[in-house]
Ligand binder design. Structure first.
Ligand SMILES: [Zn+2]
Length: 407
């Protein structure tokens, strides 16, 4: 396999998690009568451009089912984040009723509704029917397509170039990152701004966030590689912010290469920090696997110890990252009896691979257990806060990453 950005043959493995079912392939009871398909889950690093990327494998198309279960509006803290961003960027760019905003991967309209409320016309791009339908009910126009160079060109031909193109947690999920970036270039008005948010590879490595690796997550991004991919497409990253979301994300601000805005000092400071953390040193990548293995071993030791003591462990948050962790560790319902999740679409289903049943969060109060393992550690504080009643009952909250911790 060659690098998806620079086409150099990939020789080095960053992380090998064996085989796993797709992280979002939640199962029904009937599905248990059928075979479950597992795909290799391996991440490579390019020693020429340093793009960290999942390995290609056969039948990748079968991975993406239309009934994608993730609705952005499920998380209260993510909605707050989206609102704060909208207020800030509308002010900063002076957007008004004459402006045009495109959001790629607009999901259920969690973000564009803020622009609609401010009277700013917007367009969502969202291939997933179930979420797109919710956005349309809010009055937000949606193109039910994948974004790339072809769609970018069509939008230009239709006179729909944008003053602002937003991509939150989509850039790392596109298989052809060069084509996607050419689409951004095509759909951006002269003088326009692109903002992209994605989990920061530097944080993934620092915090051993190996569970953020799953099949649909094709690239693990640093500012260095994004700046490079932008430059090749005729774009420039002129500003960057470090955000606490998803365990540490970057929000990059892009423009056309010849835009008069000067590149801000934050760009060189983040690039420098990445370099100092060894993101352009092969050894950094080769040393990661043993850290992931230790986390897996520590979690298993904890679960086995509790089982032998006759204690019960439940989980909170049927997130994709939880599936990566549980499947790598080989955890089954004998160790974690159930998981609660606020997303209706997941309730009544089973976690892929582990087959742990997913229940409504009210079951946290109805059932008896000793520990609650919070799988989406990025919202651990929110979960603990919402479930104070459990703590007073003696339940202890646990997270597994970056190390086993009791909250
Ligand atoms: Zn490369």
């Amino acid at each position: 396999m060659n690098c998806r950005h620079c086409n150099t043959p990939l020789k080095h493995t960053f992380l090998d998690l064996g085989f796993a079912p797709p992280s979002n392939a939640y199962l029904t009871e009937e599905d248990l009568n059928k075979p479950e398909v597992y795909y290799p889950l391996k991440v490579k690093v390019c020693d020429s451009c340093w793009l960290v990327q999942t390995e290609d494998y056969a039948n990748a198309d079968a991975l993406f089912t239309p009934e994608y279960a993730y609705f952005s509006s499920t998380s209260a803290s993510w909605l707050d984040h989206a609102k704060r961003y909208s207020d800030q960027i509308i002010k900063e760019l002076g957007l008004n009723s004459q402006s045009f905003v495109i959001e790629v991967a607009s999901n259920d309209g969690y973000l564009l509704k803020n622009f609609a409320q401010a009277g700013i016309p917007g367009l969502g791009i969202e291939p997933t029917d179930s979420t797109a339908a919710v956005a349309e009910q809010l009055g937000i126009p949606v193109r039910r397509e994948f974004f790339g160079a072809a769609l970018g060109k069509r939008l230009t031909d239709e006179g729909k170039q944008a003053n602002l193109i937003i991509g939150n947690n989509v850039y790392a999920h596109v298989p052809d990152i060069n084509d996607f970036t050419r689409g951004l270039k095509a759909a951006l008005k002269p003088g326009g701004t692109i903002t992209l948010e994605f989990p920061h590879l530097k944080r993934l490595i620092e915090q051993a966030q190996f569970d953020t690796v799953y099949h649909e997550h094709f690239s693990y991004l640093s500012l260095q590689i994004v700046s490079r991919i932008f430059a090749v497409a005729g774009l420039r990253v002129w500003n960057v912010e470090e955000l606490p979301t998803h365990g540490g994300s970057l929000r990059i601000y892009g423009c056309h290469q010849d835009d008069p805005r000067s590149t801000q000092a934050a760009v060189s400071s983040v690039l420098q920090a990445e370099f100092q953390h060894g993101l352009q040193d092969l050894n950094t990548y080769l040393k990661f696997q043993p850290r992931a293995d230790k986390i897996k071993d520590d979690l298993l030791s904890f679960l086995i110890a509790q089982k032998r003591l006759g204690k019960k462990v439940a989980a909170y948050g049927a997130a994709a990252k939880g599936n990566t962790l549980l499947n790598y560790a080989g955890v089954k319902p004998d160790m974690i009896e159930f998981v609660c999740d606020a997303a209706q679409a997941k309730q009544g289903k089973l976690m892929p691979g582990s087959h742990i049943p997913i229940l409504h969060p009210s079951e946290m109060l109805n059932r008896t257990f000793d520990y609650a393992l919070i799988l989406p550690w990025n919202i651990a504080a929110e979960v603990v806060h919402q479930n104070k009643a459990l703590r007073s009952r003696g339940v202890r909250f646990v997270t597994a990453i970056p190390q086993l911790a009791f909250l």
